[in-house]
Structure formats: C-alpha cells, structure tokens
Design a binder for this molecule. Structure first.
Ligand code: AKG
Ligand code: FE2
Length: 276
C-alpha cells in the first residue's frame, strides 16, 4: 500500500491468475481490499482485468463527443417518457447548479434504454465494451467484499443478482473560473461499488480523517470506492467515503460506473458480518 496520504493501491492480479501467489495471493489481496475499505472507502485497483486500451478508447471517444457543438450533443438527449431508472443519454447540469459538468448516462445495453450519439464513430462500441468489462469487475469486487464481510460464499451474488440498475456516466467538467472551481459537490455514493476512470487532469478528492486526499490520475488504474449500500450491509465496518471533484483551469473527462442494487431493495445491516 502507498504511504503518505495517497490512496491505497490494490493489485487484483491474484484473482485472475492462480500463478500469481496462489491461494496466499488471493488471501493477501482480499486483506488489502478489506483494509482499504475500512480505512479509506477507496482504493486504486491495478491488474483489474479491464484492458487499458478499452478504457482509453471509451474516455477518448467521450471526450470527442463532448467537444462537439451543443446542438449536436443535444441530439443524444434522453427520449420522452422513458421507463429507465434515470434518463439515459446526454444532459448537462443546469446553469444554477453548483456542479459544473455535462454527462452521457448509459445502462446495460441489453435493456434498450440507451441514447447514443451518432458521432464520433465508434462511441457506442467503445462505451459498450467498457461497460461490459466494468460489469465483470463489479461482480468480482462484489465477491471480494463478500469475503471481506465474512458472508457465506455467493451471498452478495444472490442478494444482488439484478443488473438492471447499474449505469455508467461519461462526464466532462468545465474549466474552473477565477470565481469558483466546484465540479461535483462533496457527497457519498448511494450504491454498492463505483469505478472511476479519469484523464490526466485530476481533481477527484477523498475525505480521510478530515483531510482531502487527491485521487491522482494514474494511467491504466481504476479508482474503486464502496457506496452506502455496502456501508450499511457491513454495519458501518466498511466505509462509504465522502468525495468531491475540484475543477482545474482545463476541461476534465472521467467515466464513472455504478454497480447498484435493485431500486426497491430494502437495505439494512446483515446479521453476522465479521470484518476483522
Ligand atoms: O468524476 C469523478 O472523478 C467522480 C464522479 C463521482 O464521484 C460521481 O459521479 O459520483
Ligand atoms: Fe461519487
């Protein structure tokens, strides 16, 4: 783990490759996830199984989309009367909002909710590929959290078997001005697990013991954080940390994937959770 206030780094290789430390490697990596989720609620995942080129293509093509004129972007606005849990497609925060960014929201492509921009070419394919990989990673991290909480094998997988409420948001934050630099106000995520990819600009910060710790951009890595659902299920043993985005003088691009539970699910602490 990294020292000096940086986010903990967790190498997920042992979950993909038996040769990578064998059973001992899995135990150590699980312990590193548990520790990070107890202390920070956040970690930086490396060797996470999502190919770097899949991530960079999705981020680059979403940046190319956001660089289009406003009237082009508006064509990917959400359809009227959608039954999606949230409106899928392009939107920007209203001018009066404290949060200064625009975004494209996508659900599992199989659900048929998505509104894809026609330009740039390849946007849909890149986003869908990244979405599929993040779903796989979400299932893996859920298994690891199951172990971290001392739950019976497969408990969370059965408890949370509906992928219909997961979504991904491609975001562009506007440059800071002389007067203000709020990109996304301090909040906790309400979901289970979040993955964040970001370009080289930076600005994501995590509250730890009253100090804002920057989640520095590191190519190829994924920022992972747990949300309120896991915090509650774990009886507050694992932490849904407060975080925010501070804008820089240039545009910033990020992709956030939210691994959720079904929207109607009642969430309360699970009996018998053990987090050492
Ligand atoms: O853009 C980011 O880096 C983080 C986004 C985030 O925290 C969120 O959408 O909940
Ligand atoms: Fe967040």
């Amino acid at each position: 783990m990294a020292a000096g206030g940086a986010l903990p780094v967790v190498d997920l290789a042992p979950f993909f490759n038996e040769d990578d430390g064998g059973r001992g490697g899995v135990v150590r990596a699980t312990e590193a996830v548990r520790e990070a989720c107890r202390t920070h609620g956040f970690f930086r995942a490396v060797n996470h199984g999502v190919p770097a080129e899949v991530m960079s293509r999705a981020l680059e093509l979403s940046a190319a989309f956001f660089a289009l004129p406003d009237d082009e972007k508006a064509r990917a606005r959400p359809a009227e009367g959608t039954v999606a849990p949230l409106p899928a497609g392009y939107a920007r925060q209203p001018a009066h909002s404290a949060d200064k960014h625009e975004y494209v929201l996508v659900f599992d492509p199989k659900l048929g909710f998505n509104e894809y921009p026609a330009e740039p070419a390849g946007f849909r394919e890149a986003v869908e590929e990244c979405y599929a990989k993040f779903t796989e990673l979400g299932l893996l991290v859920q298994e690891v959290l199951n172990e971290c909480m001392g739950l019976p094998p497969g408990f969370l997988r059965d408890y949370n078997g509906d992928r219909g409420f997961d979504f991904m948001s491609a975001m562009r934050y506007f440059p800071a001005t002389e007067e203000e630099n709020n990109g996304l106000s301090a909040h906790e995520d309400g979901n289970c697990i979040t993955f964040v990819l970001q370009d080289g600009v930076g600005g994501l910060e995590v509250l730890k013991d009253g100090e804002w710790v920057p989640a520095e951009p590191v190519d190829g890595s994924i920022i992972v954080n747990i949300g309120d659902v896991i915090q509650v299920l774990s009886n507050n043993k694992l932490k849904s940390a407060t975080h925010q985005v501070v804008r820089k003088p240039v545009h910033r691009h990020s992709l956030a994937f939210f691994f959720n539970v079904h929207g109607d699910k009642w969430i309360e602490p699970l009996p018998g959770v053990r987090v050492q």
